[in-house]
Design a protein around this ligand. Structure first.
Ligand code: ATP
Length: 384
């Protein structure tokens, strides 16, 4: 039986250091929920608290509403996969997978049938009699996954399971994990510091910094409307440009340091007063335009520092008149690579930029989905 997990006001300290000050989050039954953040932000600490391996200095952990704080790790019915495989090197693949079932003293026929089922699920059935050292890293992680799932855990915890694999295999294994998780439907908490991996596999992501969840939502919501500048720059690449909000009657304009001005869109009405802001634009939301001789600029004036042709896309690295630098990714056009040294003007995809208060670094936009709570009336709804 898969469960929903509730973390209420969790606190974790190591000696004098508070690693998690006060963290609350609901993880839905059956979802693949990722804890994402830089090294040391407390992802593994939180995962180990869910597993019962770490003491809890404050707060409550609940599975389906039942408090588990005092339940031994072995009684929480949790499956786990770590980066260092955690399979027994002296046992064949089959023996590794059947280990958990034997410990539960199930009938022999059931053990054999269940082991076969999970070996097939992760596509290692043809290696059932091999020893782990005769398997590739990806195959070893598949065995670790089968071993974790065969006991029918209520929760699957995965801590950087792909970080020991090479880049190509890591990308392949994302699909394997995502597909298998959907097939078995077990609530999964996944830890990674790789934002692309998180975006590729997760139903929802919690972006963490210093033990605090800064943004919790679907990958699309977090990418398109990040809650603050940390999130905007941690998930994908964001160019940050200094600007000022300027009110004119009912209208609010964004005035960049170069003097370029556009009408602000999607700002929360209560946030429209004059103030210093930072505008974030993804590399694909800025457009490089060549300015014909003598024509007045229709955007922010910049000079191309470097042009990198990458086939379908071209990356331009530019320096603006304000001294700020930006990276732009643009679909390559035939024979139209703009040479370094060329003066260009930049325009923005206004619907997609994000505007943040320069001081608090918090977003001023409408449409931010950020919730660590499951709406009680609609716990199974997709997205937010
Ligand atoms: N047993 C421990 N004793 C003291 N400090 C610890 C202990 N375990 C972790 N820490 C500290 O707690 C903080 C959070 O560690 P944690 O392993 O949860 O981070 P993380 O986000 O998982 O990072 P990484 O991606 O590097 O694994 C770090 O500053 C770490 O040094």
């Amino acid at each position: 039986m898969s469960v929903n997990i509730t973390v209420k006001n969790a606190t974790k300290r190591y000696g004098q250091a508070t690693i998690i000050p006060d963290l609350s989050v609901d993880i839905r039954n059956g979802e693949l929920f990722t804890l994402l953040g830089p090294s040391g932000c407390g992802k593994t600490t939180l995962l180990r608290m869910i597993a019962g391996f770490n003491s809890i200095e404050g707060g409550d952990f609940l599975f389906n509403g039942k408090r588990i704080n005092d339940l031994d790790p072995g009684k929480r019915n949790i499956g786990m996969v770590f980066q260092n495989y955690a399979i027994f090197p002296n046992m064949s693949v089959r023996k590794n997978v059947e280990f958990g079932l034997k410990q539960r003293a199930l009938p022999k026929a059931e053990i054999a049938a269940e082991t076969d089922k999970f070996l097939k699920l992760v596509h290692v059935d043809q290696y059932a009699d091999r020893m782990p050292d005769k398997l590739s890293g990806g195959q070893q992680q598949r065995v670790a996954l089968a071993r974790a799932l065969v006991i029918k855990p209520d929760v699957l915890l995965m801590d950087e399971p792909l970080s020991n694999l090479d880049a190509k295999l890591r990308v392949e294994m994302r699909t394997v994990i995502k597909d298998i998780q959907k097939e078995v439907g077990i609530t999964t908490v996944y830890v990674t510091h790789d934002q692309e991996e998180a975006m590729a596999i997760s139903d929802r992501i919690a972006v963490m910094k210093d033990g605090v969840i800064r943004h919790c939502s679907s990958p699309q919501n977090i990418y398109q409307r990040p809650a603050d500048i940390f999130v905007a720059t941690f998930i994908g690449k964001s160019n940050l440009l200094r600007a000022q909000l300027v009110n004119e009657g009912e209208r609010t304009f964004v005035e960049f340091e170069s003097g370029y001005r556009v009408e602000a869109q999607n700002l929360r009405p209560e946030e429209c007063q004059n103030r210093k802001v930072l505008v974030s634009a993804r590399p694909e939301e800025l457009l490089v335009n060549v300015r014909p001789e003598g024509e007045v600029s229709k955007g922010m004036v910049a000079v191309i520092k470097d042009s990198v042709f990458l086939g379908y896309n071209t990356h331009y690295f530019v320096k603006l008149e304000s001294g700020e630098e930006a990276e732009i990714i643009q679909e390559s056009e035939i024979n139209a690579l703009i040479a370094p040294g060329t003066t260009v003007y930049l325009t923005l995809n206004l619907k997609k930029i994000n505007i943040f208060d320069a001081e608090t670094e918090v977003s001023l936009m409408t449409g931010i989905m950020n919730s660590t709570q499951i709406p009680r009336s609609d716990a199974t709804r997709e997205g937010e």
